[in-house]
Design a binder for this molecule. Structure first.
Ligand SMILES: [Zn+2]
Length: 440
């Protein structure tokens, strides 16, 4: 046995939602090899004292744009046209080097807050993949394709630049490190592209067994504009082009009709609720209960740091619960176990991962320890409620992926955080703000 976490409270997230007190988790070759209330006979190489800690599966952030961390709080109101234009102008100046540093910073933040796997829909996926590969975190990476292809335009999947990049990414990274990195097809949204691109991506994704990430029905305006152009809602239109035949992870699905929810439920599509990013933008939020009742898989995401401020999934879990209860005027609308499920089990399902999402013998040791000895976490009468309503990302004491510690007590063994910060301050920021040497 490589590592033993001793005397720990375990929130397993298994089918019975078992919580074990004073338990032991043994890890061997990156997998959970032992989980009992008694200590194992075998002597481990390393012991982590879990006294006062809660162990749970690592959180899965199903919708983010990692590299936007470099623009964190650059504008406060992303929806105002001027602010948005400013943001896009800066974003256009990113390059691979700046994007990699920004992704590394965001990954460090994820690990600090107990996130062990992310779904990223953005640009510079090669740079992001390198940052993910070096850091040890798990990720589903998608290039956020966008392009209206005119009827008269020659479109060939083989020669189109964005499609070629997707093919290169799949060749290089899909399945990397025994599936730690997966590549998904990516479509920014219905309103930034059209069917020729969708069909190209969908048939390639079907051939390669990829999932699809996209934004879907986030605002009423988006839905109305699609109806004006096509007579169909975005989900209806995309379904005509076989998008939902694939495993789809769609942010935020806030404005789906009941019929669309039912249709996407039949397709087993995933809606990703990003309640904090949506609230910050003044946008509607995912009707979690209705989507679940319609048979959809519902997971949680932060959105990009530039739109939500930080990548703290504990805040997202708490806010998802509070919002659902307030909207429905019912304190039992979403029990604490629900956001925990969405952030673990349902997240793993969205990413097509069967090796994580719960703590169970045989699964990957993607484990976090939350320090429950802080005043705001004591006394603990109900562990799931403590995790959702009292804990914060900063209470995470250790984050482990496949048995390897990636964050512990302020240290990131796989990320040179000082180096990343200097790269951001000395290269990325001057580049984005137009003060780079090349431009002078
Ligand atoms: Zn987004």
């Amino acid at each position: 046995m490589d590592t033993l976490i001793s005397n720990v409270t375990v929130v397993t997230m298994n089918e019975k939602m078992d919580v074990l007190f004073g338990a032991y988790i043994g890890i061997e070759n990156g997998k959970i090899a032992y989980m009992e209330k008694t200590a194992p006979q075998e002597q481990p190489k390393t012991i982590i004292d879990g006294t006062g800690m809660v162990a749970m599966p690592g959180l899965i952030n199903c919708h983010t744009h990692l590299a936007t961390a470099v623009l964190r709080n650059f504008v406060d109101d992303g929806e105002k046209r001027e602010a948005l234009e400013q943001l896009l102008t800066r974003q256009d100046k990113l390059d691979n080097r700046a994007a990699k540093a920004a992704a590394q910073l965001a990954i460090a933040e994820c690990l600090r807050f107990g996130i062990t796997s992310v779904s990223d829909l953005y640009y510079f996926p090669e740079a992001t993949a390198q940052a993910v590969a070096e850091s040890g975190i798990k990720a589903n990476l998608a290039l956020s394709s966008y392009r209206f292809i005119d009827q008269n335009e020659d479109f060939d999947f083989e020669t189109d630049e964005q499609c070629k990049e997707l093919v290169r990414l799949v060749d290089t990274w899909h399945g990397y490190d025994d599936g730690r990195i997966k590549i998904d097809g990516g479509i920014y949204a219905e309103y930034t592209s059209n069917f020729r691109l969708w069909e190209g991506i969908a048939s390639f994704a079907a051939e390669k067994g990829l999932g699809i990430q996209l934004h879907l029905s986030e605002t009423k305006e988006e839905v109305e504009s699609c109806e004006d152009r096509s007579g169909l809602t975005p989900a209806e239109l995309l379904s005509c082009h076989k998008i939902f035949d694939l495993p789809v992870t769609a942010a935020t699905c806030a404005c789906l009709t009941e019929n669309e929810q039912t249709m996407l439920g039949k397709y087993k599509a995933t809606a990703v609720a990003t309640p904090i990013a949506s609230a910050k933008l003044g946008a509607p939020t995912t009707p979690i209960t209705a989507c679940v009742k319609a048979g959809m898989n519902v997971s949680l995401g932060t959105g990009g740091a530039f739109e939500c401020g930080n990548l703290d999934m504990f805040e997202v879990m708490r806010y998802a619960c509070l919002q659902a209860r307030q909207e429905q005027g019912d304190s039992s609308a979403l029990p604490a176990a629900a956001p925990l499920m969405m952030a673990t089990v349902c997240g793993a399902k969205a990413q097509g991962r069967t090796d994580c999402g719960m703590l169970k013998e045989g699964l990957d040791a993607d484990i976090i320890l939350v320090d429950f000895s802080a005043p705001h976490l004591m006394p603990c009468h109900n562990v799931p409620a403590g995790l959702v309503f009292s804990a914060k990302g900063g209470d995470v004491a250790m984050t482990m992926v496949r048995g390897k510690i990636l964050y512990q007590n302020g240290r990131f063994p796989t990320i040179d955080l000082n180096g990343v910060v200097s790269e951001i301050m000395e290269y990325a920021i001057p580049r984005l703000l137009g003060e780079s040497k090349e431009e002078q």
